[in-house]
Design a protein around this ligand. Structure first.
Ligand code: BG6
Length: 490
């Protein structure tokens, strides 16, 4: 579907997200000829920069985030000509006239306000937009995470933004939903008959979802100290992945059909009790260590760190879903910074064969597993047992591999490219609805409260390791291992 002309207004236009992700994503879509001739990107910031000065900042900070192979000087110049810089103090209604002067009033021009700002500004900006008469019927608003820091603040944001924009105009972004592999998981589950009959407690023993990063907190300490791994990654990205794995088949791909099913999963998550909070949730914080042979500092020694910080940079937990399909199947979720690898993957492990006809000596049959890799390379891996060639019946595990990059030799789209296009098209399927967001907070909030009351600290783990040993013990108690622990040493 061709896009209508638009004014995309980026609040936090000179900020990190805008420079690292949003502007490069829009350049990539411009290069792919997705943007109409009347597409404009209005970057809003507090600095009293001239247009030239701002474009200098874009050159310095956004341009390096565009891959060389897609960079073209002429296209870049044409893209930069779409950018308009507006000086505005988001908290001061008197300054919004600067935006009024720039935005087109033609109803055929889509208007998108992308709030890449701290969530404390969301309500203020929406009210100020309304006050300046800018929140028109053809407007949409995009809210970046974190969407609040607990249930109460999320509800307040939803209520206040809801006073200005209708739910159908609100796009709550979780960039994990824009990843190619997540979409492929939907295709795998609902575009094939093969897995659905097996996709249940009778055949699945457990599910692991891991998002691991080698990077530390770096220069984001200010933000990260208000957040931690639970709020930064688990409440949103990991729970959204869990929803896609666990949801019932929706009746269609329309936004509400999909979001209704995800909501049911969130509402069916087994609530924590004091016992399960103590046993099934592990938090950790990285100490100094080595990453790819080089020494790196611990969390408390990062720039601007509080030397006594109790913020977690790692969290692992066991979740259960109280439904007929999933009762009793553990979902192990894990995320951390300064891990040995940067990867995101979902591992669905099936049960063992009910009866083995092969003699012990032929090699134990291992349960099948399906690995959905989100990054670094998108792909699927189905682990099966096969007979080793030659005399005798000797079995060993083999992999059926599907590398999406190899299979579809087509340019890939980054998550933000896809999601920005969806916003501009008004397509809400990959965005969270207010009730989903609140249900996710409702489930994680007891963990936050428990940690606040608890005297203990996050468990230490050396940088370059897979988190504190307690994370292995969490899954080990159930007789299982995290995937990397079960792989043979190379
Ligand atoms: C962001 C978090 O939402 O996701 C970051 O705030 C994290 O802390 C990032 O690094 C990871 O995203 P990706 O797409 O690089 O896995």
């Amino acid at each position: 579907m061709a896009l209508a002309d638009f004014d995309l207004v980026l609040f936090g236009g000179s900020g990190d997200l805008s420079m690292r992700k949003l502007l490069p994503a829009m350049y990539a879509r411009d290069r792919a000829k997705d943007l109409p001739s009347g597409a404009r990107i209005v970057c809003v910031g507090r600095h009293a920069w001239s247009q030239q000065e701002f474009l200098g900042a874009v050159e310095e900070n956004a341009r390096p985030h565009i891959a060389e192979k897609i960079f073209d000087q002429n296209l870049w110049q044409a893209f930069c000509a779409r950018i308009v810089y507006v000086t505005l103090d988001a908290g001061d209604p008197a300054t919004y006239h600067a935006l009024v002067d720039v935005l087109r009033t033609d109803a055929a021009v889509t208007r998108v306000f992308y709030l890449a700002t701290p969530p404390s500004l969301f309500s203020t900006i929406c009210h100020n937009l309304a006050g300046a008469g800018l929140a028109s019927a053809n407007s949409r608003v995009v809210l970046e995470k974190p969407l609040g820091r607990d249930l109460a603040s999320a509800k307040q944001i939803n209520a206040e933004v809801g006073q200005v924009f209708k739910e159908s105009q609100i796009f709550r972004i979780d960039h994990y939903l824009g990843k190619e592999a997540v979409q492929n998981l939907l295709a795998l589950r609902f575009g094939n008959v093969l897995f659905e009959p097996l996709w249940r407690r009778e055949w699945i023993s457990d599910v692991q979802i891991t998002i691991a990063e080698q990077l530390g907190v770096g220069n984001r300490m200010g933000y990260y100290e208000t957040s931690g791994a639970l709020r930064d990654m688990l409440q949103n990205h990991l729970l959204q992945l869990l929803c896609i794995v666990a949801m019932e088949p929706p009746t269609s791909a329309t936004p509400d059909a999909v979001r209704d099913e995800k909501l049911k999963v969130l509402r069916s998550l087994k609530r924590f009790t004091p016992t399960t909070l103590a046993q099934d949730v592990i938090r950790g914080q990285y100490r100094a260590g080595h990453m790819e042979g080089l020494p790196v500092p611990g969390y408390r020694n990062e720039p601007d760190a509080d030397p006594h910080s109790r913020t977690e940079s790692f969290v692992a937990l066991k979740a259960e879903i109280d439904t007929w399909r999933w009762a009793g199947v553990p979902f192990y979720l894990r995320t951390g910074k300064r891990m040995p690898d940067t990867l995101a993957e979902i591992v669905v492990r099936f049960k063992s064969v009910p009866h083995s006809i092969f003699a012990q000596a032929s090699g134990a049959t291992q349960p099948n597993s399906l690995i959905i890799r989100l990054q670094p390379d998108e792909g699927l891996q189905l682990n099966l047992m096969a007979k080793t060639p030659g005399d005798g019946m000797r079995l060993r595990p083999v992999d059926l591999e599907l590398d999406f990059r190899e299979t579809f030799k087509m340019p890939r789209m980054e998550a933000y490219e896809r999601l920005l296009l969806d916003v501009l098209r008004g397509q809400l399927t990959l965005f969270m609805r207010s009730d989903e967001l609140e249900a996710a907070w409702e489930w994680v909030e007891p963990i936050l409260e428990y940690w606040d009351l608890e005297e203990t600290e996050p468990l230490p783990y050396a940088s370059g390791t897979w988190g504190p040993p307690a994370a292995s013990a969490l899954i080990g108690r159930d007789g299982l291992q995290w995937r990397e622990e079960s792989l043979p040493e190379l």
